[in-house]
Design a protein around this ligand. Structure first.
Ligand SMILES: NC(=O)c1ccc[n+]([C@@H]2O[C@H](COP(=O)([O-])OP(=O)(O)OC[C@H]3O[C@@H](n4cnc5c(N)ncnc54)[C@H](OP(=O)(O)O)[C@@H]3O)[C@@H](O)[C@H]2O)c1
Length: 260
């Protein structure tokens, strides 16, 4: 755990930290002794989390209420903060559920802004400083939904594919600067967001947010991609290596049809 702080530096930023997996990442990083910059839109949740983590782990925490779709505001906050960010965890996502014909243009733009533009530009901002310091880490939250076409969440899934591929490229480019980059391709996670969307019982292999956060941070520095959980690793193997592409998409169709 102490190694973790030495390797990445003393400040980590979690973008999308107010609940669910983002809050679990914040706790896992505080446990490793890192000070935190927490970003989300809901101040009350961020402040409650910051109070709890400060009390238990005695770390410094700064909270910022920001809409990550507003990149001008994100850039301003990044400058305001002034501290070197050693580790970025981009966790926020916007995932409207519905068939493409029923998703508004505004929603489609919001998916691109929150899930594609913000992680891309934040990675650019933080990696600049990391290159100068010759150390750092970037975690981009992706999803198994992004490993094949996923009906009813088609654009969200495509945005997650973007993050996986970006992370793989950056993993290779930035390793010469001692910067670790990782895409975490999670299966179902028991978070408020997932519970709201899931109308039936949890999907097989559903993990807790705590386990996904721990597995992901433990995988940082060991390769470009991780898939938390054995059931999910197996599912990914069959879906993307064994089954024909059309089967994989049909299986996703069956899995997503009850989402709302
Ligand atoms: N849950 C799953 O089953 C699952 C499966 C695979 C991958 N993932 C990935 O794991 C990550 C976390 O999932 P989750 O289920 O924990 O999501 P969630 O419950 O929807 O939480 C997302 C977090 O991001 C913040 N956020 C969302 N939009 C934002 C915006 N425009 N500006 C600032 N903050 C924003 C939310 O806080 P505010 O609302 O306070 O802003 C919240 O803290 C996502 O990247 C998701 O794609 C999740």
């Amino acid at each position: 755990m102490a190694d973790f702080k030495a390797k990445y530096g003393s400040w980590a930023m979690v973008a999308g930290a107010s609940e669910g997996l983002g809050a679990a990442f914040a706790e896992a990083l505080a446990k490793r002794g890192l000070n935190l910059i927490l970003i989300a839109r809901r101040l009350d949740k961020l402040e409650a989390l910051a109070r709890k983590l400060k009390e238990i782990y005695r770390v410094e925490i700064q909270v910022y209420t920001l809409d990550l779709s507003d990149f001008v505001a994100v850039k301003k906050t990044h400058r305001l903060h002034g501290k070197a960010i050693g580790l970025l965890v981009y966790n926020a996502a916007y995932a409207p559920i519905g068939y493409f014909e029923n998703i508004s243009e505004e929603s489609l733009e919001q998916i691109v802004d929150v899930n594609v533009k913000a992680p891309l530009l934040l990675s650019k901002l933080v990696s600049k400083q990391m290159i100068d310091r010759k150390k750092g880490g970037i975690v981009l939250m992706s999803s198994l939904a992004g490993t094949q076409g996923s009906p009813k969440i088609a654009t969200y899934a495509a945005s997650k594919a973007f993050n996986s591929i970006l992370a793989e490229g950056l993993w290779n480019e930035l390793k010469k600067h001692d910067i670790d980059v990782l895409a975490s391709c999670a299966g179902a996670i028991s978070t408020p967001g997932y519970k709201n969307a899931q109308n039936t019982k949890d999907a097989p292999g559903t993990l807790s947010a705590k386990q996904v956060a721990e597995d992901t941070l433990n995988a940082l520095g060991k390769g470009p991609t991780t898939i938390p959980g054995m059931t999910n690793k197996l599912a990914q193997f069959f879906m993307n290596r064994i089954f024909p592409r059309k089967w994989a998409i049909s299986i996703m169709d069956k899995n997503t049809k009850d989402l709302s």
